[in-house]
Ligand binder design. Structure first.
Ligand code: URA
Length: 214
């Protein structure tokens, strides 16, 4: 598995993230644990993807004195999970940033062409004034991520970051070629895609493992 991150890609090597990811890869993990771990990693990745948010000073009063203290400046963030597996990150991220707005992006992968097909797209209105954090655990072919980014841009988004759990080199190349302005945060870059578009070694179908479907 690649150690060197390509341009615009942040690999989060925090031990807690790596440990939890290993547990998730293990096919013996229960649906309940898989979902719980995805939620926990979502929180940790959220911490990393928001690391450089700008701050502004505000006047407050502690029980002892007045002071100026930092708060995050600008409009509330937008979290944008790609359904359905992206929803697995959402609760963990909202636990850290409860005031974030949420966009839902419904895309499925045509099993033959592996192209993304849009079936739902609901976003807050002022996309252009907010940082949009797009999320999907698996960046495989990059087709869904690219379609979601294009859909967000079409609706006015100008500042987008993409968070995933595992990325394939093919998916990274596709997203970065089509949208060089969108940086990627991932817990690992795996080896390759197989002939069905699954990430290898990967963790299987994230949606199925989260929801206990097949
Ligand atoms: N989607 C998944 O859930 N898993 C993969 O390996 C690729 C796409």
């Amino acid at each position: 598995m690649g150690e060197d991150a390509p341009d615009g890609v942040h690999v989060i090597r925090h031990p807690l993230v790596q440990h939890k990811l290993t547990l998730m890869r293990d096919s013996g993990q229960s649906t309940k644990s898989f979902r719980q771990l995805l939620n926990e990693i979502g929180m940790l990745l959220c911490y990393e993807v928001t690391r450089d948010l700008p701050l502004e000073m505000v006047d407050i009063e502690t029980p002892l004195t007045k002071m100026k203290a930092p708060v995050i400046s600008g409009k509330k963030l937008i979290f944008a999970p790609i359904l359905r597996a992206g929803a697995g990150f959402l609760d963990g991220m909202l636990d850290l940033v409860p005031s974030a707005r949420v966009a839902h992006i419904g895309l499925y992968r045509d099993p033959k062409t592996l192209e993304a097909v849009e079936y739902y797209f609901k976003t807050p209105q002022d996309l252009g004034e907010r940082l949009v954090i797009l999320m999907d655990p698996m960046l495989a072919t990059g087709n869904s991520a690219s379609a979601a980014i294009a859909g967000l841009k079409k609706r006015g988004a100008r500042d987008i970051r993409f968070v995933c759990l595992l990325a394939a080199p093919e998916g990274i190349a596709k997203v970065r070629a089509g949208h060089p302005d969108v940086a990627i945060w991932t817990a690992a870059i795996d080896d390759r895609l197989n002939e069905h578009g699954y990430i290898v070694p990967g963790l299987g179908d994230a949606g199925d493992r989260m929801f206990g479907t097949k």
